[in-house]
Design a protein around this ligand. Structure first.
Ligand code: PMP
Length: 403
């Protein structure tokens, strides 16, 4: 079947050597494929320019330190932050654990409460449960609206001064629902709570400016932003970061060490113990340059058009249930009555269509949706109408097999 062309095609698939002709890669929400520019930046980093950072007295190390810090600057500009507010971490998961262990473990006490939502990824649930258990805090959960957004009216009604921290996804990795972050921040701050935004699915799909959003912490992973794995970002408002104790101890994060007393380096160095993922930072900066070169607004328009086309085509399939709001950002989750999503994924793979099937690290959300698992197609800059055609053709085969 033919699907209408998207309104804003990007046509950049040739930049991605790992996407062969005719392979519909629809699992970008799990991890994005890498453009040549990122692969080249990583290769260059390990090639003639490689050396450690921050320690070396020789020129190569000084140059690498400049490049590593320049990468921090690139990432800072990308999200409207100051370079000193950018901590390089392993990924969103480590960023959230850092805030939980450094900020929350010291700020929260017995009787305090943490507010999450029903659609959070496990990495924005479990670290808070661990710290809540340690300090004797409790967790409350904001429900979803009928069209599967975080219900901010419900949040406004349930929040109270005992809530010291709110942690919400900017874009749901299952549903694609986009949070009105500014409103969520206003609600959180109305009771004096701090708010962390999990931007894992957002930074590659929408323009993000942390100052304009008004949040206190923002985290994301490089590998979902067309960059390398093993590198991610924690942004925190400068004064919060300055007051936070170290998360891990080790080399680089110190001022002076003696057996009697150790003092720590200022932020962000205080939070980057050990030799960092040097080349990962360079690859991440190349990824930021790549998406900035296309333009986040164009990427958003492109993916919104793909979602609209995919939802329209899938909704014509009998017994197919679509989840999430119509204007979701780049992600479409669905289920077919009587067919396990793993079977959908396997049959689609035979059609050279790669989707994700499972609970997507959001088991509580599966309970809310009333399913064990969903099938999820998620889009990136390289996808186009042909990928949706392939998805729909594959789904029609699934229906023929199980129908
Ligand atoms: N939050 C969201 C919304 C995600 O989609 C993911 C990755 N699926 C994460 C957090 C965790 O990211 P990572 O595994 O890269 O740390």
């Amino acid at each position: 079947m033919t699907v209408s062309a998207t309104e804003a095609p990007l046509d950049v698939v040739a930049d991605f050597p790992a996407i062969p002709d005719g392979w519909a890669y629809l699992d970008t929400a799990a991890t994005a494929q890498k453009p040549r520019a990122v692969i080249d930046a990583i290769a260059r980093g390990y090639d003639t320019t490689y050396a450690t950072v921050h320690r070396g007295v020789y020129q190569r190390s000084a140059d690498m330190t400049l490049a590593y810090e320049a990468a921090r600057g690139t990432v800072a500009r990308f999200v409207g932050a100051k370079p000193d507010e950018i901590v390089f971490v392993r990924g969103a998961t480590e960023g959230i654990n850092l805030v939980a262990n450094s900020w929350a473990a010291n700020q929260l006490k017995a009787g305090d409460r943490i507010l999450l939502s029903q659609l959070e990824h496990h990495s924005n649930i479990v670290p808070w449960q661990m710290v809540a258990e340690r300090v004797g805090a409790a967790i409350d959960v904001v429900p979803l609206t009928d069209d599967h957004r975080i219900d901010l009216d419900a949040m406004a009604a349930m929040i109270r001064p005992e809530h010291k921290l709110v942690a919400l996804a900017h874009v749901s990795n299952v549903l694609g629902s986009v949070l009105d972050v500014e409103r969520a921040c206003t609600i959180a701050h109305s009771v004096g709570a701090h708010i962390l935004i999990d931007g894992c699915q957002a930074v590659a799909r929408l323009p993000v400016d942390v100052a304009a959003l008004g949040c206190d912490f923002y985290v994301f992973s490089g590998h979902k932003l067309y960059g390398p794995t093993g590198i991610g970002v924690l942004w925190a408002r400068g004064e919060l970061l300055d007051a936070m104790p170290p998360y891990q101890g080790g080399g680089s994060m110190i001022d002076r060490v003696s057996f009697e007393r150790t003092t720590y380096a200022p932020a962000p160095t205080r939070f980057e113990a050990g030799t960092p993922h040097i080349v990962g930072a360079l690859g991440l900066a190349a990824a930021v340059d790549y998406v900035t070169g296309i333009g986040l607004s164009r990427i958003h328009a492109h993916e919104t058009a793909l979602v609209a086309d995919a939802r329209a085509a899938l909704s014509r399939i009998n017994s197919l249930r679509l989840f999430g709001p119509a204007d979701s950002a780049g992600i479409v989750s669905f289920a077919l009555q009587g067919v396990h999503p793993h079977d959908i994924g396997t049959i689609l793979d035979e059609h050279r269509v790669a989707i994700r099937a499972g609970h997507h690290c959001a088991q509580p959300l599966m309970g809310v949706l009333g399913v064990e698992a969903t099938a999820r197609a998620s889009f990136g800059v390289y996808n186009g109408a042909a990928d949706i055609d392939a998805l729909v053709a594959g789904m029609e085969r699934v229906v023929r097999i199980f129908g």
